[in-house]
Design a protein. Structure first.
Length: 202
């Protein structure tokens, strides 16, 4: 594979591979076809992170996963309340209006679905870089002001994030989510080196 290209093209390829795998796994989970696309990929300096959150004052659902092993950092998957309610209705087989964010079954189902997506992205990254990536236990934060919450969770030494917008289509319903990966500085340098890329901010 020729990596003499824009780093975002390689990250987009990782996202596309991960999206395809996540779609296959989610299709088995919901017993219906699933399509996942990656319409937007970017790298954002952590100092400008809040500007990348389209609705910084909106409370969202956020899945948080710590990374361990050869690549360390923290990952987040963000869903708006409306998209979380729609996805919950598909996962639970109920009307969206009946979804209760405090319900343990909803929380476990949405956590499992989002964990599948995040895991698929990271598995694609692991295979393309050759690094072993291990995950901590994910937790779901409900009704949080996203920009503030993630800034508080940001690992020390992070200088930039990888931002992947994710569109899902399940049972003729569309959902938009955002995957955010905060690698620490040694990890982002290792990732770019393994991919044969020049760090855009080096």
């Amino acid at each position: 594979m020729d990596h003499k290209t824009n780093p975002l093209d390689v990250i987009r390829e990782i996202g596309t591979i991960g999206a395809g795998r996540a779609a296959t796994a989610l299709a088995e989970m919901v017993s219906a076809p699933v399509e996942i696309t990656v319409p937007e990929v970017k790298m954002v300096e952590t100092a400008k992170f809040a500007d990348s959150v389209k609705t910084p004052g909106q409370a969202n659902l956020v899945l948080v996963i710590c990374m361990e092993g050869q690549i360390t950092g923290r990952m987040f998957f963000i869903l708006s309340p409306n998209d979380a309610r729609l996805l919950g209705s598909v996962l639970l087989g109920i009307e969206a209006e009946a979804v209760n964010f405090e319900d343990s079954l909803f929380q476990s189902s949405i956590k499992e679905a989002l964990n599948i997506i995040v895991g698929a992205y990271m598995m694609a990254l692991s295979e393309m870089t050759g690094f072993e990536i291990m995950f901590g236990i994910p937790f779901l934060a409900l009704d949080v002001l996203t920009a503030i919450f993630i800034a508080e969770q940001m690992p020390m030494g992070s200088e930039e994030i990888i931002y992947i917008k994710t569109n899902m289509q399940i049972k003729n319903r569309n959902f938009d989510g955002v995957f955010i990966f905060f690698p620490d500085l040694p990890s982002i340098n290792k990732i770019f080196s393994a991919l044969g890329l020049e760090h855009p901010h080096s």
